[in-house]
Design a protein around this ligand. Structure first.
Ligand code: CA
Length: 221
């Protein structure tokens, strides 16, 4: 998922984003409420992790503004305010979940998986197309029932294609799934990854639709 991390504590933000990336999420970091609201508007975010004690706008007000714009956007609150009344306020303001600091990173990741499952993006962990199977949660790849290891970015790209088997994915769409907000993207990055992927995948598994994008065969075809 593409996570918007709203946390003004920079060391904590850095540690969290690193763990999230290791768990194969893309992370956009912002450090105040105003930037959080701007980022949510840009429509790339799948989930918001929101600290309540922010330097400009109170996190609860940020949450209320997010809810005015999007009722469905999943929001997990992280906060040092751990009184039960704070928790109730947060949940009533529209948070999907609430984690008091200090928390275990593993617990946060587990709660992200719950939201992911609820949204149906990871309803089935294993996606199989012909003789290629990918576990979209662990990113284990099997070709002809043998495990194959690939660099993470290639796996993420393959995941995007396999979850949309039979549908054309534009280069732009693939880039946005792979790259984080603000990161510089070299113009031929996707082509390079596709080139490497093809060497490891069965012949003609990834089809190029010139000028449009890429696709892989529909499941079972
Ligand atoms: Ca804070």
């Amino acid at each position: 998922m593409r996570v918007l991390l709203v946390e003004d504590d920079k060391p904590l933000s850095a540690a969290l984003s690193q763990s999230l990336r290791t768990a194969n999420h893309a992370v956009d970091c912002v450090f105040c409420g105003k930037d959080a609201l701007n980022a949510v508007l840009d429509d790339q975010t799948d989930l918001v992790i929101l600290d309540l004690g922010l330097p400009d706008i109170d996190g609860l007000d940020v949450l209320k503004s997010i809810r005015q714009k999007s009722k469905a956007m999943p929001v997990i609150i992280l906060t040092a305010r751990d009184k039960i009344t704070d928790k109730i306020l947060g949940l009533d303001a529209g948070a999907d979940d609430y984690l008091p600091k200090p928390f275990e990173m593993d617990e946060l990741l587990a709660r992200l998986r719950v939201i992911e499952r609820r949204q149906g993006t990871a309803a089935t962990a294993i996606v199989s197309v012909n003789n290629v199977s990918l576990n979209t949660q662990t990113l284990e790849l099997f070709i002809d029932n043998e495990i194959v290891s690939l660099p993470r970015r290639e796996l993420m790209l393959l995941k995007a294609l396999m979850e949309n088997a039979g549908r054309i994915q534009s280069k732009q769409k693939l880039e946005s799934r792979l790259y984080e907000w603000g990161e510089e993207v070299v113009s031929n990055t996707i082509e390079v990854h596709i080139h490497h992927l093809r060497k490891k995948l069965p012949d003609k598994f990834i089809k190029t639709i010139r000028g449009v994008g890429y696709s892989i065969p529909q499941k079972g075809s």
